[in-house]
Write a protein that binds this ligand. Structure first.
Ligand SMILES: Cc1cc2nc3c(=O)[nH]c(=O)nc-3n(C[C@H](O)[C@H](O)[C@H](O)COP(=O)(O)OP(=O)(O)OC[C@H]3O[C@@H](n4cnc5c(N)ncnc54)[C@H](O)[C@@H]3O)c2cc1C
Length: 414
């Protein structure tokens, strides 16, 4: 195998896992990030390795639910009005991806990606010696009515068809899986194979330590642009200096298209689904596993460092100020779902999910320059899919047939 000098732009969990896979393969890897290791979206997420989450957000179901959700400015889905004109093309693509035929095709790709994500992540954490940072206690999705439970049935049938294990639970079994739940929940679904990490930023940084042991180097700098000369591709830093490479991998999350748009004819519809949460002290509640409130668009996760309450989607771009009333609203709901939850002493956070309208990431090369690889757009699932993204990038760098069919993720699909 030939050794490449590879520059990765972005040290979120996708860039870090990609660095780990490439460094293990013997490449000379430099990761450049303006803010540090896992300091942005990958810092505050809900910690789930959601390998069974194969149902794309862009779906007939969301088209039915969205009108009601949009009426509540603090509900599971909001659009900041001033951002609507810029969002319109993304929403149009989202609507098209939600139609039945595209939706089924996205499930097939997402299923293959999640199977790869699970095998790659579990193998990577073993090689990195951090298997102890993964919790294996599953997740519990909760329903407040029989109608809500029935509405979820189709999604569970689809998961069953691809071998995902789950158990619908009620009564004493429900109470056993999570004592102290409000009586408003009539049923739940326990997914034993769902995993969470002990703390997302610490987990990403531990993966980085593994990449570093294999020779990867970190440089803190703002990347101002990409350039190409007869010597190959390079990145231009904000201080005007250049970093030359054989390959450049763009893992800059929700900011990725800022870097590639000046050098490509592609117009990838990357936008951001902003998400909010509050991390409470550890003694806020005796939480047994991650709880999912699908109808409310948020989850509660037990972390080593506390209890993280949040989620939801706010379509509002990268520049508008956060609206932490959203974090507070989810926390208030959580207190009614878990009577006894101590809601004081929390830290609020907002992050920018990098989202493509069809809920699939972008993996491939730039048509104008195959030495520039694109690996971003994992939306709600970047932590879960990070090791798979790294594997697929390593396949492309080695000119191997990718581990799964990634034609549905190609950069020019829109
Ligand atoms: C509330 C919330 C909950 C979530 N829960 C989960 C979950 O439970 N499980 C899951 O799998 N996913 C979850 N996600 C999604 C997940 O966090 C993201 O998909 C993932 O973090 C994206 O990682 P990334 O590396 O692509 O991007 P980021 O983490 O955003 O990293 C991109 C990096 O690029 C850098 N960068 C950008 N532009 C430049 C530049 N010009 N120069 C230098 N550096 C640059 C940034 O500084 C940043 O560090 C959640 C997201 C949110 C918001």
């Amino acid at each position: 195998m030939s050794t490449n000098r590879i520059v990765i732009v972005g040290a979120g969990v996708v860039g870090i896992a990609t660095a780990a896979q490439l460094a293990e393969a013997g490449h000379k890897v430099t990761v450049i990030d303006r803010s540090g290791l896992a300091q942005e979206t990958s810092k505050g997420n809900a910690a789930a390795l959601a390998f069974s989450d194969i149902m794309p957000l862009a779906s007939p179901k969301i088209l039915r639910k969205a009108p009601k959700w949009l009426l509540d400015p603090l509900g599971p889905l909001t659009i900041r009005p001033s951002y609507l004109p810029r969002l319109a093309p993304w929403l149009w693509q989202f609507w098209k991806a939600s139609l039945p035929a595209r939706y089924q095709a996205s499930i097939a790709t997402q299923t293959a990606l999640m199977q790869l994500a699970e095998s790659e992540m579990m193998a990577l954490v073993d090689r990195a010696g951090i298997a102890g940072m993964v919790r294996h206690d599953g997740s519990l999705e909760l329903y407040e009515s029989e109608a809500e439970f029935d509405a979820a049935a189709n999604g569970w049938r689809q998961r069953e068809q691809v071998g995902i294990a789950f158990e619908h639970v009620r009564g004493s079994r429900l109470a056993e899986l999570q004592p102290g739940l409000s009586s408003r929940f009539v049923a739940g679904t326990f997914v034993p194979g769902w995993k969470t990490v002990s703390e997302p930023q610490a987990f990403a940084q531990a993966l980085w330590a593994h990449a570093e042991r294999n020779g990867a180097i970190f440089e803190k700098a703002q990347v101002a642009g990409l350039e190409r000369s007869e010597k190959g591709p390079s990145v231009r830093l904000a201080d005007g200096t250049m970093r030359q490479a054989d390959r450049i991998v763009i893992c800059a999350g929700a900011w990725s298209t800022h870097l590639i748009n000046p050098i490509t004819r592609l117009r990838i519809p990357l936008d951001t689904e902003r998400g909010y949460n509050t991390t409470l002290p550890r003694d806020a509640f005796d939480l047994k596993r991650q709880l999912i409130f699908g109808n409310h668009g948020f989850v509660i996760t037990p972390l080593e460092t506390g209890l993280r309450v949040g989620g939801a989607v706010e379509l509002g771009g990268l520049d508008l100020p956060p609206n932490y009333a959203r974090s507070k609203s989810m926390l208030e709901k959580a207190a009614t779902f878990l009577p006894g939850l101590k809601t004081g002493g929390g830290t609020e956070w907002m992050g920018f999910r990098p989202s493509i309208p069809d809920s699939l990431p972008v993996i491939g090369t730039l048509p104008e320059d195959p030495s520039v690889l694109l690996a971003f757009g994992n939306g709600h699932l970047g932590l879960t899919q990070s090791a798979a993204m790294g594997r697929l990038v390593a396949d492309l760098v080695a000119h191997r047939t990718p581990s799964i069919d990634i034609s549905a993720c190609r950069p020019d699909r829109f």
